[in-house]
Design a protein around this ligand. Structure first.
Ligand code: ZN
Length: 370
């Protein structure tokens, strides 16, 4: 019998702890914390999984969800990444500069609500447009019960080193860290300063690297980043360097396909012991639905279901420093997605992790408790 002090009791099949062991029983929640997980016979068909952590988004481009991706030749579209997203003149940056603050906030808010509706309980956003951009996402997040890491970047308006330095200092006091475009997109001296300031303030310094080519990776590594995004083109030697520096990596498989940059060497990353998590990247390119990333990683990359599930949940929490959440386990913050195990789609699955990774969908969600 659950204790009377439980504020909420959820029965079902539970993916318990860091090992995602399958238990049958209930979870007792009290004061936003998992108070007890008790093994007990139950007829409940609920499936309790840890919430998704989306490790890399750009939700600012919620204002443009269906851009032209490139020229169509012989029925096939040839994507052009630079034309779409490269600062300062890529399509997204031109659209963002023409978007009103109110429209930006309301569009971002819809993507945040969509994350929650699709089982994501925490995310990290690369926020463009300097301090104003950070203010916009804070407003979009108001009263939404989701954990976030806001990683700002300079607006591009300040060009003198002094003005840039003070902008970066303000950004670091307003945001959870910095999310930079790439080591070759900005003066290295400024990036070095930004990285050292972030470190001093115990904030995250994250940067895209080796997305289209590995040419920027050496510089990116020299900045001692707290998180690298993509590494699509990293080779085995690069991955050894990333691993020995203990830098976690967020991969964005669906985004890499749509921009035509290829498949990240995720298997090699895992073999090197790198902590790999997953992001949906630009809302311009993808919905924020993490079920889609899981299905993709399982079926296109042929990765092991358990690894895929960890990458989309527990690894994301640790890569982003969300130490209070992660597994469904006593003492951790509430971070539970309840799936309907008797939905038309999930009824009869025998391997819970495999079933969830390969076929679960947002419409199988009964509730998100966080
Ligand atoms: Zn990105």
């Amino acid at each position: 019998m659950p204790s009377k002090s439980c504020e909420q009791v959820i029965y079902g099949k539970i993916l318990y702890g860091e090992e995602l062991s399958l238990l049958q029983g209930y979870v007792c929640v009290k004061d936003g914390v998992i108070h007890e997980v008790v093994e007990e016979q139950t007829n409940s068909e609920n499936i309790l999984i840890p919430g998704f952590v989306n490790s890399h988004t750009h939700i600012g481009d919620s204002v443009c969800k269906d851009p032209c991706l490139g020229q169509c030749e012989n029925f096939v579209v040839k994507p052009d990444l630079d034309t779409l997203v490269k600062p300062p003149d890529g399509l997204k940056h031109r659209i963002l500069s023409e978007t009103s603050f109110e429209h930006l906030v309301s569009s971002m808010r819809l993507s945040i609500l969509d994350m929650l509706a699709t089982g994501t309980t925490a995310f990290a956003d690369f926020r463009e447009s300097g301090v104003n951009g950070v203010a916009a996402i804070k407003e979009a997040l108001a009263d939404v019960n989701i954990r976030s890491r806001i990683l700002g970047r300079p607006s591009g308006c300040n060009t003198s080193p002094d003005a840039l330095e003070s902008e970066i200092a303000i950004l670091l006091s307003e945001a959870d860290g910095l999310g930079m475009s790439g080591a070759n997109d900005m003066d290295m001296a400024i990036l070095e300063q930004a990285s050292s300031l972030a470190r001093k303030k115990h904030k995250i310094f994250a940067i895209h690297a080796a997305e289209k080519s590995r040419i920027d990776l050496e510089n990116a590594l020299s900045l001692d980043p707290g998180l690298l995004i993509h590494l699509t083109q990293a080779d085995k030697t690069d991955l050894k360097a990333v691993s020995s520096a203990s830098i976690p990596v967020a991969v964005c498989p669906r985004s890499n396909f749509i921009t035509g940059v290829g498949m990240a060497p995720i298997q090699d990353m895992l073999s090197e012991g790198i902590s790999v998590s997953v992001g949906t990247d630009n809302v311009m390119l993808n919905s924020v639905n993490m079920f889609s990333e899981m299905e993709f990683l399982s079926k296109v990359f042929k990765l092991d279901d358990r690894q895929v599930f960890k990458m989309c949940t527990l690894n994301g929490a640790s890569n982003l420093g969300f130490t209070d959440i992660g597994p469904i386990k006593e003492g951790f913050g509430t971070n539970i997605v309840v799936l309907n195990g008797s939905s038309n789609n999930l009824q009869g699955i025998r391997d819970i992790i495999g079933g969830v990774v390969r076929r679960a969908r947002p419409d199988d969600i009964l509730s998100v408790i966080n």
